[in-house]
Design a protein around this ligand. Structure first.
Ligand SMILES: [Zn+2]
Length: 87
C-alpha cells in the first residue's frame, strides 16, 4: 500500500501543486500588466509604451501624450501654419 502511495498518489499531488503554482504565476503576470498613464490632452488612460513622454517647461514637468493627440496637434499645426510637410 505504501508503495502504491509513493508511485501514484505522491506524483499526482506534486503535479497538482506544480500546476497550481504555475497558474498563480500566470495570474500574477496578468495583473502586473503595463503601468497606465494619463494623456495630458485627452485625459484617457493608456499603457505607458503607447505614450510619448515629454518634459515641458522650465520646471521639468513630464507630460504624456497619446498617438491620437499628437496626430491631432500635428494636423492642427499643419493647418495653422500652412507648412507642407511633403506628405
Ligand atoms: Zn490623448
Amino acid at each position: 500500500m505504501f508503495f502504491v502511495f509513493c508511485v501514484v498518489i505522491l506524483p499526482t499531488i506534486v503535479l497538482l501543486i506544480l500546476l497550481l503554482v504555475s497558474k498563480q504565476k500566470t495570474d500574477d503576470e496578468m495583473e502586473s500588466t503595463e503601468p497606465m498613464e494619463v494623456c495630458a490632452f485627452c485625459q484617457n488612460d493608456f499603457p505607458i509604451n503607447q505614450l510619448v513622454e515629454k518634459e515641458v517647461g522650465t520646471y521639468g514637468k513630464i507630460y504624456c501624450f497619446c498617438e491620437e493627440c499628437v496626430e491631432k496637434l500635428y494636423n492642427e499645426f499643419k493647418e495653422n501654419t500652412g507648412i507642407k510637410t511633403g506628405e
